[in-house]
Ligand binder design. Structure first.
Ligand code: NAP
Ligand code: 3JN
Length: 345
C-alpha cells in the first residue's frame, strides 16, 4: 500500500484554509490524518472535511510534532512565529503568506514554472501571491521561447483575496444598496459594492502598493531574472471569486500572437479560451472552483514592437493560494528525497 501522510492546515477556519481542505479532498491527496489549526478564537469549532467533520485546534509549538507536512494560511506574523518551529520539528511548511517569500533560504514555487527549486528547501517553502502565480503560469511558455523584457499588468482582484470578512462585506453592502440603505463598511476604506478600489495592501514609498511590489519582486525571483522590468496596478473589484489580469509584455525576440497562442495551448496548467468572435474569453465566473489558469484575448500590442497583450484569469483561492500549495505538497510526497528531514533551518 502506498504511504499516507499526517497533514496540518494552519488557518483552517479562514477563506484560504477552507479551500486547502477542499483541495486535499478533491485532488485525492494521500492523507492519513488532517489536523485543523487556527487561533483560540475558532478552537473547538467544526469544519466539514471528507464527508465528516474535523475539530479546529488552537495552534501551539507542539502542534507539529506528529505531522509529516503543514500548509499555513494564517497571515505573515503567525508564519514568522510558527514556520521555523514546525520546520525544526521535522514538519516541512508550505506557507501562503508573504513572510518568507523573498528570504534567500526559501524556495518560492509555482509547480508549472520552477518546481526544480523545491530540491533546495530547508523546511519552509513559500507560495507566491495569487496575482503573481496566475500571471507566471501564463507567461512561462513565452518566457522560455523568446524571453520577456518588460511586463505591464493591471489586476481586477476578487474580494475573497482579502478573506472571509470581505466576502461578507461585499454581500452585505450589495443587499443594503438594493434595499436603499447606506452601505456599512469595515474591511475596505471605501465601499466595494459597485465600485473599484485601486488599493490592495498598504502603499509604499515609491507610490506603488505592497501588492503591486509583490508582483514585481516575486516574478523576478521565480523566473530567476532580475532584469525584467515590471509595473503593476492592482485593483479590487466587486467580484467574489476569481482574479482577472490585463497583461502587456515586450518580448526579447519577436513572436506573433498565433505562435504565442500555440505555445500557451500546450503549457501545463494553462487553458486557452480565445475565440472573441463567438464571445469566448476567460471569465472569473468560469474560473471559480477550477485549478487551471485561463488565458485569452491574445493579440499583438499595436503600441510596441515585440509587444503582446492578453487577459489572464484564475480562481485566486484555488490556483492562487490553496491549489498551488496542495500541488506543492503533491510534489513533496511524490519524491521521498524532498521529505527527508535532514535539513537545518
Ligand atoms: P481569513 O479568512 O481572515 O482567515 C485567517 C485565518 O488565519 C483563520 O483561520 C484564523 O483563525 C487564522 N489566524 C489568524 N491569526 C492567527 C493566529 N494568531 N494564530 C493562529 N491562527 C490565526 O484570511 P484568508 O483570506 O484565509 O488569508 C489568510 C492568509 O493567507 C493571509 O493573511 C495571507 O497571508 C495568505 N493569503 C495568501 C494568498 C496568496 O495570494 N497566496 C491569498 C490570500 C491569503 P481564527 O478563525 O481562529 O481567527
Ligand atoms: O488581496 C488579494 O487578492 C490577495 C491577498 C493576499 C494577502 C492578504 C493578506 C496578507 C497576502 C499575501 O498573500 O501576500 C498577505 C500577506 O501574507 O502579506
Amino acid at each position: 500500500m502506498s504511504r499516507e501522510y499526517n497533514v496540518g492546515v494552519l488557518g483552517a477556519s479562514g477563506a484560504v484554509g477552507r479551500e486547502v481542505l477542499n483541495c486535499l479532498e478533491e485532488r485525492g491527496f494521500p492523507w492519513a490524518s488532517v489536523k485543523a489549526l487556527a487561533s483560540s478564537r475558532s478552537a473547538g469549532s467544526r469544519l466539514e472535511f471528507a464527508g465528516g467533520e474535523i475539530t479546529v485546534e488552537e495552534v501551539t509549538p507542539d502542534s507539529f510534532k506528529d505531522l509529516d507536512l503543514a500548509i499555513f494560511s494564517a497571515g505573515a506574523s503567525t508564519s514568522r512565529e510558527y514556520a521555523p518551529i514546525a520546520a525544526r520539528s521535522g514538519c516541512p511548511v508550505i506557507d501562503n503568506s508573504s513572510c518568507w517569500r523573498m528570504d534567500e533560504r526559501v524556495p518560492l514555487v509555482v509547480p508549472e514554472v520552477n518546481a526544480r527549486v523545491l530540491a533546495r528547501h530547508r523546511g519552509i517553502i513559500a507560495n507566491p501571491n495569487c496575482s503573481t502565480i496566475q500571471m507566471l503560469v501564463a507567461l512561462k511558455p513565452i518566457y522560455d521561447a523568446v524571453g520577456i523584457r518588460r511586463i505591464v499588468v493591471a489586476t481586477y482582484q476578487a474580494v475573497s483575496g482579502t478573506g472571509q470578512k470581505a466576502i461578507e462585506e461585499l454581500a452585505e453592502q450589495t443587499r443594503q444598496i438594493f434595499n436603499c440603505q447606506e452601505p456599512t463598511r469595515s474591511v475596505y476604506p471605501h465601499r466595494i459594492a459597485f465600485n473599484c478600489l485601486p488599493h490592495i495592501d498598504v502603499f509604499t514609498d515609491n507610490g506603488y502598493s505592497k501588492e503591486e511590489m509583490k508582483m514585481v519582486n516575486e516574478t523576478r525571483k521565480i523566473f530567476g531574472d532580475d532584469s525584467i522590468k515590471i509595473s503593476a496596478t492592482c485593483v479590487r473589484v466587486p467580484v467574489f471569486y476569481g482574479h482577472s489580469e490585463a497583461v502587456w509584455i515586450e518580448t526579447a525576440r519577436h513572436i506573433d500572437a498565433g505562435a504565442a497562442r500555440e505555445l500557451m495551448s500546450r503549457a501545463p496548467g494553462l487553458l486557452v479560451v480565445d475565440d472573441p468572435d463567438n464571445n469566448k474569453y476567460p471569465l472569473a465566473t468560469d474560473a471559480a472552483g477550477r485549478d487551471e489558469v485561463f488565458v485569452g484575448r491574445i493579440r499583438a500590442d499595436i503600441s510596441c514592437d515585440n509587444g503582446l497583450t492578453m487577459w489572464v484569469v484564475a480562481d485566486n483561492l484555488r490556483k492562487g493560494a490553496a491549489g498551488n500549495a496542495v500541488e506543492i505538497a503533491e510534489l513533496l510526497v511524490r519524491d521521498p528525497e524532498l521529505l527527508k528531514t535532514d535539513w537545518v533551518w
